[in-house]
Design a protein around this ligand. Structure first.
Ligand code: DGY
Length: 321
């Protein structure tokens, strides 16, 4: 009997598919992160892995678990996986693209709007008894209508956000990518700009790129310096793309207006992190894809990929062909 390890409880539809395929499932349910050493031990008793979360699957992992027949990720991002190492052991790896673009772009939109009106900090202030009288010049936000949305990484999620921003606020869309996205340029009337132009022209700069050696720490002090003082920085991609200490300074010094983060570095964020008490900042605990509908689709997609690999077929969402 084929044995599959699942690193977290996933939606039932995914479990059901794997059970119907006749596999014996082991599901890790402890309420703590699974250390790599334990993950490797568990994998040794299994034939395939469904990784639901950011388990570190590096060269050491694949060296120890070279017997695995397949790894299905329940995420679109795979910066936690050494794809080259997996390929060297001929282990196919898949991810879950597309199905989470709507939910994740919703979170970017939510952060953009919440930061522009400082909604989260206002809520916290009422809780502290800080709503005592009306002040016409206090609590002022920034309106988004007709402003410029700069997208760093205009792929599936960036396009969804841009569509929403155009429909709701008639925002102008500019973007910077490694390669031009001419299809999106047409649909969105989006303009391709240099990285420096993206920084200097965006009223809202939203990050949707993968974390890689090229993008790590790209949004640092010198990048924030080039942004408008009224700009909002939104990151729903990976926390490693921004430098947290520089972001804190940029907001404290009013180099930029504010920031909305669904991703931090490290995750989870410490409860004493200064970002949590700065004005015009909203932080969420990496909930981009966390809707009932999307997580169901991700679980089904991950299960389908695993079933394909274990039936000697190509995984539909394979990363390493
Ligand atoms: C993804 O799918 O990459 C989300 O960020 C969850 O990790």
């Amino acid at each position: 009997m084929i044995k599959v390890l699942i690193t977290r409880k996933i939606p039932q539809r995914g479990i059901q598919l794997l059970e119907e395929a006749g596999y014996k499932l082991t599901i890790y349910t402890e309420k703590r992160s699974l250390p790599q050493k334990e993950l490797i031990e568990l994998c040794k008793n299994n034939d395939a892995l469904l990784s639901a979360g950011s388990n570190k699957l590096n060269a050491h992992f694949f060296e120890e678990c070279s017997h695995l027949k397949a790894v299905a990720l329940m995420s679109v991002g795979y910066d936690n996986v050494d794809i080259e190492a997996a390929t060297s052991y001929k282990i196919p790896v898949s991810n879950t693209p597309d199905v989470l673009s709507n939910a994740t772009s919703d979170v970017a939109f939510l952060l953009m709007l919440a930061v522009s009106r400082n909604a989260f900090q206002m809520h916290k202030r009422i809780e502290r008894g800080g709503w005592s009288f009306f002040e016409p010049t206090a609590n002022l936000g920034i309106e988004l209508k007709g402003k410029t949305l700069g997208v760093f990484g205009l792929g599936r999620i960036g396009v969804e956000l841009a569509k929403k921003a155009k429909a709701a606020y008639d925002m102008n869309v500019i973007y910077h990518n490694r390669n031009r996205n001419t299809e999106a340029e047409e649909i969105l009337d989006a303009k391709y700009v240099s990285f420096d132009q993206l920084l200097s022209e965006s009223d809202v700069l939203s990050v949707h790129a993968n974390l890689s050696n090229e993008t790590k720490n790209l949004f640092n002090g010198s990048a924030f310096e080039k942004m408008k003082r009224s700009a909002l920085f939104i990151n729903t991609a990976r926390g490693g793309l921004h430098n947290e200490a520089d972001l804190i300074n940029a907001i404290q010094d009013k180099t930029i207006w504010g920031a909305g983060l669904d991703v931090t570095n490290p995750e989870p964020m410490d409860k004493d992190n200064p970002l949590l008490n700065l004005p015009n900042v909203c932080v969420l605990p990496h909930i981009g894809s966390a809707t009932e509908e999307t997580r169901d689709k991700m679980a089904v997609m991950a299960a389908d990929n695993l079933i394909a690999a274990l039936s000697n077929k190509v995984m539909p969402q394979i990363i390493n062909r």
